[in-house]
Design a binder for this molecule. Sequence first.
Ligand SMILES: Nc1nc2c(ncn2[C@@H]2O[C@H](COP(=O)(O)OP(=O)(O)OP(=O)(O)O)[C@@H](O)[C@H]2O)c(=O)[nH]1
Ligand SMILES: C[S@@+](CC[C@H](N)C(=O)[O-])C[C@H]1O[C@@H](n2cnc3c(N)ncnc32)[C@H](O)[C@@H]1O
Ligand code: SF4
Ligand code: SF4
Length: 341
Amino acid sequence: MGQPRDRVKDMLDRPLRDLRISVTDRCNFRCTYCMPAEIFGAGYAFLEKEKLLTFEEITRLTGIFTKLGVEKIRITGGEPLLRGELPKLIRMIDSVNGVQDIALTTNGSLLAKQAHALKEAGVRRVTVSLDSLDDTRFGLMNGVGYSVKKVLDNIEVAAQAGLPVKINMVVKKGTNDEDILPMARYFKEKGHALRFIEFMDVGNTNGWKLDEVVPSRTIVDMIHAEMPLEPVEEGYYGEVASRYRYVGTNVEIGFISSVTQPFCATCTRARLSAEGRLYTCLFASKGVDLRTPLRNGASDDDLEQLIRGTWKKRGDRYSEVRLNQSSDLKIEKAEMSYLGG
Ligand SMILES: Nc1nc2c(ncn2[C@@H]2O[C@H](COP(=O)(O)OP(=O)(O)OP(=O)(O)O)[C@@H](O)[C@H]2O)c(=O)[nH]1
Ligand SMILES: C[S@@+](CC[C@H](N)C(=O)[O-])C[C@H]1O[C@@H](n2cnc3c(N)ncnc32)[C@H](O)[C@@H]1O
Ligand code: SF4
Ligand code: SF4
């Protein structure tokens, strides 16, 4: 694996390390906190096929990002497993010099069919989102009545295919906070790392209110009282989750506290939307169009300069700025399902 030619840093001295690639803005779920059904209904204008970056375009851009320091790729969306022939894309990305890790975030509904092929193509690990073990609550939260058992079965298929699995649970007060302990008990037993995500004010349509956020500290205390926890050291610079281990086991649990303990100071993540816009923050309103130059014959050097210049100008620290505010900052944001969660 070659070393990056020139690791670029932003205005706050943060290097570019991770690229989160959204491969589609579509999803078969309508999670209330992400794609509420009343907004993302039948009339919603999703991206047309010709607007999506092709696999060749994504791979070419990945090669340029690695020259600037990117080592870790996360495939996301929308629901990434809705994109046809995903294993083919994974194989192409895996062949890019400098890519050291390819992870996938998915709602798990289509995982059983594809787990083996994804693993073989080069996916190193998957994160499956699941917010409850109760069918009624999960069905309401995913917006389409999708069953818990199917997701749990698919998680085990992925694990048996040799993919380490993490679970993401978004916690909303009054909606699924009663699921915190049952989820912790279940995944402790299964041996998969569960991560609790504070409900965030992403996008413009999820009706976010600070009083629906359950602070990670509360969840740590709640779990520790029943199943003692000990902290685990940061695994890498800028790690998103604070990790703990159940005492006496190797099973981990994580907390993603972007509302109450923002981690902008070490944020190394760039996001590439399915239509090829580069976003330097999850809460950015505008992305930089890479598809137009890509399709108009720009050279790799031109594209590298464009990406380098964008990262160098980056000063984003939305979650830190929002801290201590009782509401979201009233700015126009891109939707998470569009720019890649
Ligand atoms: N505010 C904010 N939230 C983030 C950011 N990155 C990830 N998240 C949130 O954390 C969730 C989990 O991210 P994942 O991609 O599953 O995890 P990760 O921590 O990057 O993954 P690992 O590589 O396993 O450490 C995302 O779905 C977001 O909700 C970020 O840069 N800013
Ligand atoms: C946007 S989804 C895309 C990938 C895939 N569809 C999935 O759900 O895993 C990525 C992650 O973002 C999380 N997410 C979405 N909206 C969120 C919000 N408002 N607050 C916190 N996390 C959110 C989801 O739970 C999921 O784990
Ligand atoms: S969180 Fe994932 S599964 Fe849920 S609506 Fe958003 S993109 Fe779809
Ligand atoms: S809010 Fe923006 S800058 Fe802060 S951690 Fe998230 S993506 Fe990074």
